[in-house]
Design a protein around this ligand. Sequence first.
Ligand code: NAD
Ligand code: UFG
Length: 341
Amino acid sequence: MRFLLTGGAGCIGSHAGVALLNAGHEVVVLDNYINSSPEALRRVEKITGKHVTVYEGDCCNEADLDRVLDNEPVDAAVHFAGLKAVGESVRIPLDYYRNNLDSTIALCKRLAAHGIKRIVFSSSATVYGDQQPPMREDMPLGVCSCPYAWTKWMNEQILRDAVVADPEWSVVLLRYFNPVGAHESGLIGEDPSGIPNNLMPFICQTAAGMREKLFLFGNDYPTPDGTCIRDYIHVMDLAEGHVKALEYAIEHTGVETFNLGTGEGYSVYQVVNTFETVNNLQLNKETVARRPGDLPVSYADAAKAQRVLGWHARRSLEDMCRDAWHWQKLNPRGYRQEEDL
Ligand code: NAD
Ligand code: UFG
């Protein structure tokens, strides 16, 4: 099969590209590199020994989409393209709504015009809001905590409405929990621009000496060690979930939602301790006040993806910490080093 990956040069898209190519599929990428580098795709080719067809363009632009779809017969699309920084979405909400909603609408319109009515969408656990975990796909959606999260919530609704209007559509909504880690080769991984917002890249940059200290946000939550609990999932497990989701989308019509998580929660202290232990190092760290907006506990009920897709996460927290550090050590400046030479 041949799949279009919008945002395929990004962190999750590049790992999904590896998983799809390794599973014998072909991939076509459309990316405007607003938060990524074409180097990631060269490395996907290096890892897999397979070719990636790449188009530079904006997924909100129907002409850019037609340029791809007129030339590339694809069986389905995975819509990774989007802006994803929680704090930034509070500062520039209109840019988030425009990019994250327009891209989905334009993509669906142009896919349908080309007779391709199958899409897998990158949603997020954040659509559950502040509910009692484990989060189950059939829970009513929650109240979102930021514009970024609302864009995921609204995109899900847009895609559900598209299926109501045209039952020929096949829509798979994937709610990611906390993707971390990197491909085991160390060739692709997360490449945050500026100061990282998320825990694992901040840990890695502190270990590398790029950040003086890791700040741990709050140890007075109602959890066993007082720090927040999340469902961290290895990005290659997440990537492999997309192979199963696409295969499902090919076989079915209608809309289906799946959590992609491990079903297990780890606290901030557990992540930090595991990182230090498996990588045999000590982080300079300090526990400080809570970060506003953080939920105490979030983890998936991962049973539906196992039951329906036959997928479950296989890699451990140790693997996530080891692979994240391996990527960081080999690529202290992310993808920039090779381009700058
Ligand atoms: P990323 O920023 O690394 O990748 C997104 C890619 O989309 C980038 O390559 C970017 O250049 C591209 N892009 C953005 N807008 C575009 C547009 N209009 N046209 C073309 N390309 C565009 O992010 P990621 O971590 O790989 O996330 C992928 C998707 O998964 C996003 O939709 C994100 O919101 C979602 N998601 C991520 C997480 C996470 O923790 N990383 C969690 C839940 C959901
Ligand atoms: N944390 C720290 N120090 C840091 C960074 C994070 O202690 O420097 C803590 C946070 O307070 C939280 C935990 O580590 O308790 C995880 O934080 P992340 O930022 O890594 O992950 P979040 O669960 O906050 O964010 C994730 C996704 C977002 C999504 C959000 C909504 O990365 O895309 O869930 O719940 F919007």
